[in-house]
Design a binder for this molecule. Structure first.
Ligand code: SAH
Length: 337
């Protein structure tokens, strides 16, 4: 038995053919799953009683259990329980341009970034595509609001669960399904090189974000152990190839950590590294965690850093702070439980 939400439309067509049914049944079912938002197969009114019984032998139509929910004016954060009891977090953020959902891709994470709450909980397992799709469907159903954007930046390293994440993207991007445009989907990675290479050969125009956090190798290695394997020059080399191949602008995320990576020298190192690359930098105010070694940069430092980048013609934005009062930073709600 497998979840129906694991299926791309193509795979569902193959499934119906394999049980001696017509493949247009897949299109009918997709419509009920993603537009009518059914919760049992018996609600598929275009299917006969026999057909419903037949698919019930092979497929499940599951859900996630809502364990906790915390809300502010612009954020709703959910703690979901998976079928095997593990818990994951998903956040809905209301922007002026629409609603975006931040998706988790693994239970825990093995990357071990020191500033990150999720990294303290080692990876237990990868999420299936269905468990990512359901994060969107559950919230859509609950709030009855339209989801326009998806950011794959919740708990986990998406490129450490590459195949499932790619399948998830195909499912939500399908214009017969949720129809979330590729340009409205962003995947964030700590910089796994071979997966970035694979990603640039995928047939869709999904945005790529790289968690950089420092332009200086020994600083980055202290923050992100992954840098000891894939250092900054390796990342820049593959990103240049990525841009050449896809013609797409890349985002570099940069958390502002007080006295760690927020000085004038840090800003100048970043300018030097990114000069001439088609990218933009997203400065992220740090959400403080239980690791007391890291504090958030002051507003003055963030603005000074921003000014240096601007003056040197690097595209830069400062991320709006969401949900800091509701433990919305990665993994903070989950680690409470
Ligand atoms: N593993 C992926 C995606 C998940 S983390 C990655 O590394 O990109 C998503 C983003 O949130 C990353 O840029 C990460 O560095 C950042 N992040 C982690 N903990 C944070 C915190 N406490 N405050 C602000 N940003 C944080």
């Amino acid at each position: 038995m497998t979840s129906v939400y694991n299926y791309t439309l193509r795979e569902l067509e193959d499934f119906f053919i394999s049980i001696d049914e017509k493949k247009y049944r897949a299109h009918q079912l997709y419509d009920f799953l993603y537009h009518q938002k059914i919760t049992t197969f018996s609600e598929v009114t275009t299917f006969s009683y026999d057909l419903i019984n037949k698919i019930n032998d092979y497929l499940t139509i599951d859900r996630l259990k809502i364990i906790d929910k915390q809300e502010t004016i612009d954020t709703v954060k959910y703690l979901f329980e998976l079928n095997d009891g593990h818990k994951i977090e998903t956040v809905l953020m209301r922007h002026n341009y629409g609603n975006s959902i931040c998706i988790s891709t693994q239970v825990g994470c093995n990357m071990g970034c020191l500033f990150c709450e999720s990294g303290r909980l080692k990876k237990v397992r990868d999420l299936e595509p269905a468990e990512m799709v359901l994060q969107i469907l559950m919230i859509q159903r609950e709030l009855n609001e339209h989801i326009t954007h998806v950011v794959i930046m919740g708990i986990g390293e998406p490129f450490d669960n590459y195949d499932n994440v790619i399948k998830f993207i195909k499912i939500i991007n399908d214009n017969k399904g949720l129809n979330i445009g590729a340009r409205r989907i962003t995947v964030s990675t700590c910089g796994l090189i071979s997966q970035i290479e694979a990603f640039m050969n995928e047939p869709f125009q999904v945005n790529l974000a790289i968690s950089l956090h420092s332009a200086i190798d020994n600083v980055r290695s202290k923050l992100m152990p992954v840098n000891k394997v894939y250092n900054i020059s390796k990342i820049i080399e593959i990103i240049k190839q990525y841009i050449k191949k896809t013609n797409r602008r890349v985002t570099f995320e940069y958390i502002m950590l007080y006295d760690i990576n927020d000085s004038e020298d840090d800003a100048l190192a970043l300018v030097k590294l990114l000069k001439g690359i088609n990218c933009y930098v997203n400065l992220i105010p740090y959400n403080e965690t239980s690791n007391l070694d890291y504090k958030k940069s002051s507003k003055e430092r963030i603005l000074a850093f921003y000014d240096i980048l601007k003056k040197n013609k690097i595209n830069v934005t400062i991320r709006r702070e969401f949900g800091t009062t509701i433990n919305a930073a990665c993994g903070q709600l989950r680690s409470k439980y």
